[in-house]
Structure formats: C-alpha cells, structure tokens
Design a protein around this ligand. Structure first.
Ligand SMILES: [Zn+2]
Length: 93
C-alpha cells in the first residue's frame, strides 16, 4: 500500500519536528541556541499549538523553580523528591 506508506513517512517527518522543537525548548527559553536554531524553533512554535503549549508549560515550570529561593540544581531536587517518596512509602507499608 504505497499511499499509506507515504502517509506514515510524512507523519514521521512531522513528528520528528515536534520532537526536535521540544528537545530544544529549554535552551530556546534560555536563549542558549545559535540564531538559526532559535529561528527554527520559533517558526515551528508559530504554527504548532501543542508544542507552544508544551513550551509555555516548561517556561512556567522554570519560573516556578527559580522563584523557589536559593537555586537548587535539578538533580538535588530530584533526589529530594525521591527521598520524600521513599518516606511516604515506608509510612504506608
Ligand atoms: Zn510541534
């Protein structure tokens, strides 16, 4: 079924655009990308609602983390959360 094949190859190509835009989004928000990539992410976001929503969510998360006072590096935060989860588990077992 060549037609279906083409449909899927188009879909995959489009899909990887989203993956790329989302993968670059944290650097995009921090203005950490070469201008050609900034431009690529920006043009993608202009035409893609779901990725814009994703980037907005990420940006809100970054703002929230940086509002939490002294900057904690994410790995530390993660292990802190992990520890809390383990404590909760112990409590409930
Ligand atoms: Zn997208």
């Amino acid at each position: 079924m060549p037609r279906l094949d083409r449909f899927f190859s188009v879909f995959r190509k489009k899909d990887s655009e989203h993956v790329e835009a989302r993968g670059l989004s944290s650097d995009y928000l921090e203005d950490n990308l070469p201008s050609s990539l900034m431009e690529r992410v920006r043009t993608h976001l202009e035409k893609c609602g779901p990725c814009t929503a994703f980037v907005n969510g990420l940006s809100a998360t970054i703002r929230m983390l940086s509002d939490m006072g002294p900057k904690e590096p994410p790995p530390h935060l993660k292990s802190h959360i992990y520890q809390r989860v383990q404590e909760e588990k112990k409590k409930h077992s």
